[in-house]
Write a protein that binds this ligand. Structure first.
Ligand code: 4NP
Length: 170
């Protein structure tokens, strides 16, 4: 199919291919992908985005998101069960326009992994929720139960901020 045959919603604007990244790709970045898809769909813009998530580490490749992440997301009406963990790969830096890192360690790891021809921008996801005063999504994996809900609150704020930034340039 030629470019001219695509409807506007099929034609991804350069800024609309988003990759969410954390360490294990079983807690924060799958939640971020699911939450962003949810808020974009609520705004009627779901089909404008190509979304994925990946980890800088390789321990959990092929696994679904952590059960605690799935349960916390499902309580908000967000189903993560079809996601599977994978590691960041070099072509992600050209297949995506924007890579959203959950914390500064992820940013540093991404900088090391980026091939010379990398095109994607790498940003801290929480930059899109300045009102929270938080710059990193804390890793809930080794923490207490409430950590997943807290992470989801932060992720939801950043997802809404990112969506308005991408849609309205705000
Ligand atoms: P995530 O959490 O980076 O939010 O997916 C983690 C999951 C697993 C591990 C670390 C962080 N781990 O060391 O196995």
């Amino acid at each position: 199919m030629g470019k001219a045959d695509r409807s506007p919603s099929e034609e991804f604007l350069p800024k609309h291919r988003l990759l969410f990244v954390c360490l294990g790709n079983i807690c924060r970045s799958p939640m971020a992908e699911g939450v962003f898809a949810h808020v974009a769909a609520e705004a009627g813009r779901g089909s404008d985005f190509h979304l994925d998530s990946a980890g800088t580490g390789d321990w959990h490749i092929g696994k679904p998101p952590d059960e605690r992440a799935q349960a916390a997301a499902l309580a908000r009406g967000i189903d993560l069960s079809r996601q599977r963990a994978r590691r960041v790969r070099p072509r992600d830096f050209s297949d995506f326009d924007l890579i959203l890192a959950m914390d500064r360690d992820n940013v540093r790891a991404l900088e090391v992994m980026a091939p010379p021809e990398a095109q994607a921008g790498v940003r801290l996801f929480m930059e899109f929720a300045p009102e929270t005063g938080v710059r990193e999504v804390p890793d809930p994996y080794f923490g207490a139960e409430g950590g997943f809900d807290h992470a989801l609150d932060l992720i939801e704020a950043a997802a809404r901020g990112l969506l308005s930034h991408l849609i309205d340039g705000r």
